[in-house]
Design a protein around this ligand. Structure first.
Ligand SMILES: C[S@@+](CC[C@H](N)C(=O)[O-])C[C@H]1O[C@@H](n2cnc3c(N)ncnc32)[C@H](O)[C@@H]1O
Length: 210
């Protein structure tokens, strides 16, 4: 497993909010989340996604995690600077995606933005990722969602998700990066209030700044 080099840490922290904002803009209208959702982020990095999810969604529970304690502190500092205090519903803590310190089915949604390749010793390996994806599956409730972006070994990630019983709700496979929402098996999508893709009548689940 890779601990990040100081230069990489710096790169993760700069523009953390811009990256998260861009992803949410694309996913807007497809995320089956509400203020009742319990949301976990893996590899929070600079904290941009945690900040935006809290400000736009106010989920019932929001846990931002990172394997690297230096990043965990960076997320805390980022949120404290932004909000002056971190609300009780928001938790920032260390967690390794390969051994998540959470109960089974504890979350409605897991975010893993540009972090799945980090569980590998080398970013293009594919030895540890199936175990990390299985851990994500474990902590998600039935009909819960994994939201991820990834550039490395993308077809294998999709295949592993399929083998674990996930099905795609939204997938944008670009030139370099997949941005996707995958759902665990459970009740019908409609019962979650999942917007049908491309249905212009479905309002976005929460406002996303343009
Ligand atoms: C490229 S950064 C992405 C940060 C953020 N998600 C973003 O999109 O800007 C990857 C993050 O994953 C973290 N990470 C690496 N290995 C991890 C692991 N096994 N479990 C959890 N987080 C990990 C790193 O410390 C780093 O903060």
């Amino acid at each position: 497993m890779a601990e990040m080099h100081r230069l990489n840490r710096w790169m993760v922290r700069v523009r953390t909010e811009t990256r998260a904002r861009r992803a949410l803009r694309v996913l807007d209208g497809h995320l089956p989340l509400s203020s009742a959702s319990r949301v976990l982020e893996l590899g929070s990095g600079g904290g941009g996604m945690v900040a935006l999810l809290e400000e736009r969604l106010h989920p019932a529970r929001l846990v931002g995690t990172d394997y690297d304690p230096v990043q965990v502190e960076a997320v805390r500092r980022f949120l404290m600077t932004r909000w002056s205090r971190i609300p009780d519903r928001v938790e920032v803590r260390a967690a390794d995606a390969l051994h998540l310190p959470f109960e089974s089915a504890e979350f409605d949604a897991v975010f893993a933005m540009m972090m799945l390749h980090h569980v590998e010793a080398h970013h293009f390996d594919y030895r540890e990722r199936p175990a990390a994806l299985a851990e994500i599956r474990r902590v998600l409730r039935p009909a819960g969602v994994l939201v991820y972006s990834e550039f490395s070994r993308r077809p294998e990630v999709r295949r592993t998700l399929g083998a674990l019983g996930f099905s795609p709700l939204y997938l944008r496979s670009g030139w370099r990066v997949d941005l996707a929402i995958y759902r665990t098996p459970g009740g019908p999508a409609e019962s979650l209030g999942v917007p049908r893709l491309g249905d212009p009548r479905v309002p976005p689940p929460f406002p996303v700044a343009r």
